[in-house]
Design a binder for this molecule. Structure first.
Ligand code: COA
Length: 148
């Protein structure tokens, strides 16, 4: 299995949105991704490709010395094979390159597998954001001391 991580482009969005609908209860629209990659100067989005097909994607906003992970997803068929970790590796490299010293994210309180992934990378829980999702609270996590 050969995975490449590439900058997200409009041509990837059909697959991105298909994965979005597969894995998230409240999926982002294609337009939301178009705005992120075309108009949001703070955003960096990446796709994971296997044999020329998008199998996952992830993004951050970087504002001054803080990065915010906005999304990370892998299609069901390719989960648990290291693709999510490769995407997270790229986000951390990018965040550091853009000057971030820490990174934060929100994750559903029920999302054990994502929390496990983030903890493996050293993210620590720092509290709850009640009703962050329409049907659930979010756990806020931080990874401090991103080294250059
Ligand atoms: C979370 C997600 C991106 C992980 O992607 P992935 O490619 O499956 O992750 P990896 O194979 O790189 O796994 C890395 C680590 O994550 C954790 N993990 C991933 N899937 C897991 C599962 N099903 N059960 C328990 N731990 C899991 C483990 O710690 C794993 O490390 P290990 O294999 O050494 O035990 C993927 O499950 C996904 O897309 N979920 C739906 C969308 C989502 O919830 N995104 C997070 C939003 S905050």
């Amino acid at each position: 299995m050969h995975v490449t991580i590439e900058p997200m482009q409009v041509c990837h969005l059909e697959r991105v949105v298909a994965i979005e609908r597969e894995v998230y209860p409240s999926p982002w629209s294609k337009n939301a991704f178009v705005n992120e990659i075309m108009d949001n100067g703070l955003a960096s989005y990446w796709v994971a490709m296997i044999e020329e097909q998008v199998v996952g994607y992830a993004g951050i906003w970087t504002i001054m010395d803080e990065a915010h992970l906005t999304t990370l997803a892998v299609c069901r068929r390719w989960q648990r094979r290291g693709v999510g970790s490769l995407l997270l590796d790229r986000l951390l490299v990018e965040a550091k390159a853009l000057g971030a010293t820490r990174i934060t994210l929100e994750v559903r309180v029920s999302n054990d597998k994502a929390q496990k992934l983030y903890k493996k990378y050293g993210f620590m829980s720092s509290g709850l954001r009640p009703n962050y999702y329409h049907d659930e609270d979010a756990l806020v996590m931080w990874l401090d001391n991103l080294l250059p």
